[in-house]
Design a protein around this ligand. Structure first.
Ligand code: PLP
Length: 359
């Protein structure tokens, strides 16, 4: 049979799609309709009614027949001001995923280094660009050894490295001395990914340097549907990275929404506080359950290890509760489940279902 991905060409056979791309699996998002959704680190709270009404009014003023503001100076200025920085120190992306992609397009030739396990997109996007990936396993307690990481970067000639602080999927924050040592020792682009900053006790903005950048997202704070991430860094480095940003990458509705929500930021900060307080309550209950090994978290999710994790995941799913089964990644994640902190009611339902399954 004719393989449609291979067509004859005047100068011989050409392949339509690269072999290594064909071998990849697309990023899978499971169907969650009608379920309690605790799999994707979203904020469980809807917009308060009054705020929603003013936001919708603001959206009504957007001129959809026009292209979005391409430069977004005012929005960047507003975002920068929250960290005492300038607009030229901010790069905006369609989610921080898009910024990871820009970084991997622009970084000099060399490997992309990260600890393992960590956020999967560093590895996946590197592969799209045929960039070698270099990883070292975290220690058994999920800590990171700075010397081993720096040795890896030298040995594998890494030109870019990602450190998710706190880390996904392990939930922990590496020690400050570890991060400082790596920032001082690594010569390539170092990206400190602070996706979970709203739930963590420390930021790393004081480490910003020509090669050290801070990546953030509004997704976990309650705006996942907007797709807005940002990179903070040295103005010269940001202006180089801006050259690989697609024109109009942030649509007008997202720009208007972000501008509006930034003026009401305390609403989302309070929600994040509530999520942290729920996290502590859920942690206490789960840590006391026989058979559960619970790991400390500075994020809006919990990672736990438990025997028969596949079965437990499936049973929760049958009970309409969707969490993330991490076990298939193997290694340190064997028998691990990742649970996003939901609303009080959702967390109660999860705990009740888990206890029933384990009884
Ligand atoms: C560490 C980390 N970085 C980045 C992202 C991507 O976030 P965004 O929704 O902004 O693309 C995630 C999402 O889960 C994450 O866990």
């Amino acid at each position: 049979m004719d393989d449609p991905s291979q067509r004859s060409h005047a100068c011989g056979k050409i392949k339509l799609i690269r072999k290594d791309i064909k071998a990849l699996a697309a990023y899978h998002v499971p169907d969650s309709s009608g379920m309690i959704k605790l799999d994707a680190m979203e904020n469980p709270f809807p917009l308060p009614d009054k705020l929603k009404a003013s936001w919708l009014k603001r959206l009504g003023e957007v001129e959809l027949n026009r292209y979005p503001d391409a430069d977004m100076h005012t929005l960047r200025e507003k975002i920068a001001a929250k960290d005492g920085l300038n607009a030229d120190q901010v790069l905006l992306g369609n989610g921080s995923d898009e910024i990871i992609q820009m970084l991997l397009v622009a970084a000099d030739t060399g490997a992309c280094a990260s600890p393992s396990p960590t956020f999967v997109m560093y590895d996946l996007i590197s592969r799209w660009f045929r960039r070698p990936v270099a990883t070292i396993p975290l220690e058994n307690d999920f800590s990171l050894n700075a010397d081993k990481f720096l040795q890896l970067c030298t040995r594998e000639k890494a030109s870019i490295a990602f450190l998710a602080c706190p880390n996904n999927p392990t939930g922990n924050m590496w020690s400050e001395s570890t991060i400082r040592k790596i920032a001082a020792g690594f010569r390539g682009l170092l990206i400190i990914d602070e996706a979970y900053l709203p739930f963590a006790d420390r930021t790393h903005t004081d480490l910003i340097a020509p090669n050290v950048l801070i990546l953030r997202t509004y997704s976990k704070l309650g705006w996942a549907g907007l797709r807005l991430g940002y990179l903070l860094g040295d103005a010269k480095t940001i202006s180089e990275l801006n050259k690989v940003r697609l024109p109009y990458n942030i649509n007008s509705l997202t720009q208007a929404s972000a501008d509006f929500f930034l003026d009401h930021f305390s609403v989302f900060e309070k929600q994040a506080e509530e999520i942290c307080s729920e996290r502590e309550k859920v942690s206490k209950v789960l840590a006391a359950v026989d058979g559960i090994e619970l790991f400390p978290s500075q994020t809006n999710f919990l990672l736990l290890r438990i025997k028969n994790s596949d079965e437990i995941f499936e049973q929760l799913k049958q009970g309409n509760i969707l969490i993330k089964n991490m076990g298939s990644h193997g290694g340190l994640l064997k028998n691990c489940l990742r649970i996003t902190i939901g609303s009080r009611e959702e967390n109660r339902a999860l705990i009740a279902a888990l206890k029933e399954i384990l009884a």
